[in-house]
Design a protein around this ligand. Structure first.
Ligand code: UD1
Length: 432
């Protein structure tokens, strides 16, 4: 086998407290943006997950000085960068490598970055990123799988985004923060990580207003200084634990969260019968009995996040009655449903809609994780299931969840990361 798996003995209600890490999807653009200063930037509350470590290697690979202070803190100095070409091998695994385009462009007016890989959840075009770069005066071409972006100088522009895109909003914001004059991004994404990146750029000396609304106004500045910045808590990790608690009829407190960011998830959980209590920087979720049905449609923030769709669908597969989940952001995000079916779920997918007939409980099976958030959803299913579940291809999950199995164990789950058939057998025999 040689590949890492999770093996889970389901049935334990999750109970206790869990600490949420910094947001991967904020940390990726912030690490990229950090190279735009020639002074040292200290980043705190970075999640220790594979995507982040790969990007830190890529940043070191183009010559930036990257110093690990501790597991969650890193000091980056971009003054030593010699190269605006990013190597394919370093970043083929992470989609967010495209943030190096905006960062290198902003700093050097020149960038060459291979087209991104990442999770296969749809076709994931980057036309809006490129449209924004062109609007501020950048020449963009794609040759041999690499995006080349270059100009003499960038000048501010008025940009209207055709679709609400987190990545494009952030990328354009990074580049435009160093353009000459004023840029306005209309129909911008409003996700908390867009706000976090804007706050970070402002702490390096950028002049960005309106992040978190759909109009972002940027006055270009000539250079950035150093700063120290702590990454925002991960709303998707928090939501994943909240739903895991709900699915196992548990009672947990997720700590180090911003409850405001969780509202779409909290509201749905309350609607179907969970008790959700918000505190200053924590949320308690209690599910005393089987939950009821509802409809969910994914939307850009503040709507229900597409990154919580697989977890929510998994929860509704256990609820009473018929639920409908509509995925309106990515077209290919129901692949895990076939795996859930092997655990007994009754879900029919038609186009971007899943029609779910709730069942009483899952049964353990051997399944594989098709992508990051779907993988987390399958773990939730395994935690609820009767018997043993083996989840293959967990490399996806490790890209985005720090110490997922350890945190679940601390809440009472029986889950183990294993690397061989023998270990799977050992786990299975130990529990029966
Ligand atoms: C980010 C997140 C991802 C999350 C998604 C939506 C990271 C690393 N990833 O992805 O986990 O699921 O936001 O919240 O932060 N689109 C275009 N043209 C473009 C760009 C996007 O048509 O140039 C479309 C996409 O196909 C999709 C929609 O816009 O249908 C939203 O995508 P976007 O917000 O850009 O997602 P990402 O930034 O790739």
């Amino acid at each position: 086998m040689g590949m890492e798996c999770y093996v889970i003995k389901g049935g334990n209600p999750l109970a206790g407290e869990v600490e949420i890490a910094g947001a991967k999807n904020a940390a990726l653009p912030i690490i990229s943006a950090a190279i735009m200063s020639d002074e040292s930037v200290t980043l705190e509350n970075l999640p220790d997950v594979n995507d982040i470590n790969v990007l830190l290697d890529a940043v070191a690979g183009i010559g930036a000085h990257v110093e690990r202070i501790d597991r969650h803190t890193v000091k980056i100095n971009g003054s030593t960068i010699q190269d605006c070409c990013v190597e394919y091998d370093l970043i083929k695994k992470i989609r967010a490598s495209y943030y190096l385009l905006g960062a290198l462009l902003g700093k050097y007016n020149n960038a060459a970055v291979p087209l991104p890989g990442g999770c296969n959840i749809g076709s994931r075009p980057i036309d809006q990123h490129l449209k924004g770069f062109k609007a501020i005066g950048v020449n963009v071409s794609i040759e041999h799988g690499t995006i080349f972006a270059k100009c003499d100088h960038m000048r501010g522009a008025h940009i209207f985004m055709d679709v609400v895109s987190v990545g494009a909003t952030i990328n354009i914001m990074m580049a435009a923060s160093r353009a000459v004059g004023k840029t306005i991004i209309e129909n911008a994404a409003k996700e908390p990580h867009v706000v976090d990146v804007a706050n970070f750029l402002n702490s390096m000396g950028a002049d960005i207003k309106g992040a978190g609304t759909d109009v972002i106004r940027i006055n270009g500045v000539r250079s950035f200084h150093g700063c120290s910045y702590a990454i925002v808590p991960d709303m998707i990790e928090a939501g994943t634990f909240m739903i895991a608690a709900a699915a196992t009829k548990g009672d947990i407190v997720v700590k180090n969260v911003i409850p405001k960011h969780m509202e779409a998830v909290s509201a749905k959980l309350t609607e179907i019968g969970c008790e959700v209590d918000e505190f200053d920087d924590s949320i308690r979720v209690v599910a005393a009995r089987r939950l009821s049905r509802t409809h969910v449609k994914t939307q850009p923030y503040p709507g229900f996040p597409t990154d919580m769709q697989p977890q929510m669908t998994t929860l509704l597969a256990l609820s009473t009655g018929t639920s409908i989940v509509t995925e309106s952001i990515f077209e290919n995000r129901f692949k895990y449903v076939d795996e859930l079916a092997r655990m007994g779920a009754s879900i029919k997918v038609e186009g971007n809609t899943a029609i779910i007939d709730g069942i009483e409980g899952f049964t353990g099976a051997r399944i594989s994780s098709p992508d990051l958030r779907a993988g987390a959803a399958l773990v939730i299913a395994g935690l609820q299931a009767e018997g043993v579940t083996v989840i293959e291809d967990i490399a996806y999950i490790l890209r985005g969840y720090e110490n997922f199995d350890g945190k679940l164990r601390s809440l009472g789950a029986e889950i183990k990361k294993v690397e061989s058939e023998r270990e799977i057998e050992k786990f299975t025999f130990a529990i029966i």
